[in-house]
Design a protein around this ligand. Structure first.
Ligand SMILES: [Zn+2]
Length: 69
């Protein structure tokens, strides 16, 4: 849940709001899984035009329902 990365053929928008245009090697390795790190240090896997956020460094807090009362 919560992973909804806006992307298109030429780039994607990070959760931090920064637009990342794919460098040339992404097009050259379209069918290879590539790790891509935004300037904010969030890390993504690019693969055949899909963008999947990885959370290797900072485990996200999943249990958001714990907040509140
Ligand atoms: Zn970012």
């Amino acid at each position: 849940m919560g992973t909804n990365i806006e992307h298109d053929e030429s780039g994607f928008t990070c959760e931090c709001g920064l637009r990342n245009d794919y460098p040339n090697y992404v097009q050259a390795h379209w069918s290879v899984k590539l790790a891509y790190t935004c300037a904010c240090h969030r890390q993504y896997i690019l693969y055949k035009g899909t963008v999947v956020k990885t959370s290797r460094e900072t485990p996200e807090v999943y249990d958001s329902e714990a907040f509140g009362d």
